[in-house]
Design a protein around this ligand. Structure first.
Ligand code: ACO
Length: 308
């Protein structure tokens, strides 16, 4: 018996901002953005709060899991763009859902937030301290993007993804490796109430190298080979990062899931949204070995190998 993702859900705002729309805001082109990043469009939360997005994604995950908010005893919400300074967005979500039995807190690990949350949730489930956990990754990055900086504003988008986790199922979190290195903080950060600042080229190289290392470590830990992996679901930052990672891991791109063309980089929300869509497209089935990996501000990074 292991940790099973019993239900998945997601929410992306209705408002679509295409590369052509961005051409009217900054000196850029659809051609540059597409070839350098793989992104064609992203969603922008004009009307929705972070809480709205997290709530909608969670309701979908509950329905999928055939559970109700009252069944949950822990809520973990990964975000770097909360609606309030405090309390934690997870507490606001707990109230909105009416999850009266759950305690709730946020995780701040940028793009690795969902994987860090999975690690915490798994420990709570395995030790028997929790029975059913709601894990959400939600971001409203549009509010911390400098819309006059073409080197960053083309990359990010808004959205939320949610997973209901429990021990009651056939899935398993086989192994995970989580890392942080705060000495690299200046490569990707935002000042308090400030905009995202990023050294893209350095981050690109670090992302490929670090994610490849933890993926290899996790595979070694479990004693399987890359050939056994059904699908890699990486954090959606840049299609070229995913291609370089696939090459380093000697995994064909057909086994690497990407929906970056539709959403851009949604930070902590990107992996759960990708998991939902991969399953909907029939690319992820019960029993599959799925490798998740992410890297983001902190720097933080990690990889988790699941039997889905
Ligand atoms: N449109 C047109 N031109 C642009 C744009 C733009 N939006 N942005 C930058 N340029 C120009 C630059 O000014 C530069 O011009 P110059 O040669 O005259 O100086 C040229 O394009 C090349 O810029 P580079 O920064 O060298 O472009 P690069 O190929 O490195 O791509 C990018 C930039 C897409 C940001 C890439 O470095 C990247 O994806 N890095 C990873 C960053 C990332 O994903 N961060 C997200 C969070 S962390 C994570 O999730 C891993």
């Amino acid at each position: 018996m292991g940790i099973t993702i019993k239900g998945l859900g997601y929410y992306t705002p209705n408002k679509i901002l295409t590369n052509f729309d961005l051409e009217k805001i900054v000196d850029t082109s659809d051609e540059w953005i597409t070839t350098r990043t793989g992104i064609k469009e992203r969603r922008i939360a004009e009307e929705e709060s972070l809480l709205d997005m997290a709530y909608n994604a969670s309701l979908m995950a509950f329905e999928d899991a055939r559970l109700e908010p009252k069944d949950i005893d822990l809520i973990i919400l990964a975000t770097l763009t909360p609606d309030l300074g405090f309390p934690a967005s997870a507490c606001l979500l707990q109230a909105k859902l009416g999850a009266g039995k759950a305690y709730a807190f946020d995780v701040s690990a940028a793009c690795s937030g969902f994987l860090y949350g999975l690690e915490i949730a798994s420990s709570m489930l395995i030790t028997g301290k929790s029975k059913n956990v709601l894990l959400v990754g939600a971001e409203k990055l549009s509010q911390i993007v400098d819309w006059s900086d073409r080197s960053t504003c083309v990359l990010f988008g808004d959205g939320a993804g949610a997973a209901v986790l429990s021990l009651d199922g056939d899935g398993e979190l086989l192994a995970s490796v989580m890392r942080s290195d705060g000495s690299y903080w200046e490569i990707l950060y935002a000042e308090k109430c400030g905009y995202i600042k990023m050294k893209g080229k350095e981050l690109f190289k670090l992302a490929v190298r670090s994610m490849a290392e933890v993926c290899e470590e996790v595979i070694r830990k479990v004693g399987v080979s890359m050939k056994d992996i059904s699908l890699v679901v990486p954090h959606q930052a840049n299609i070229r990062i995913m291609q370089a990672l696939a090459e380093k891991l000697s995994i064909p791109m057909e086994k690497v899931y990407s929906n970056i063309q539709k959403y851009g980089n949604t930070s902590a929300a990107s992996i759960p949204i990708a998991l939902y869509e991969a399953r909907r497209e029939g690319r992820l089935k019960r029993g599959d070995l799925v490798l998740l990996t992410a890297m983001g501000g902190g720097l933080t990074w990690g990889a988790s190998l699941l039997r889905f």
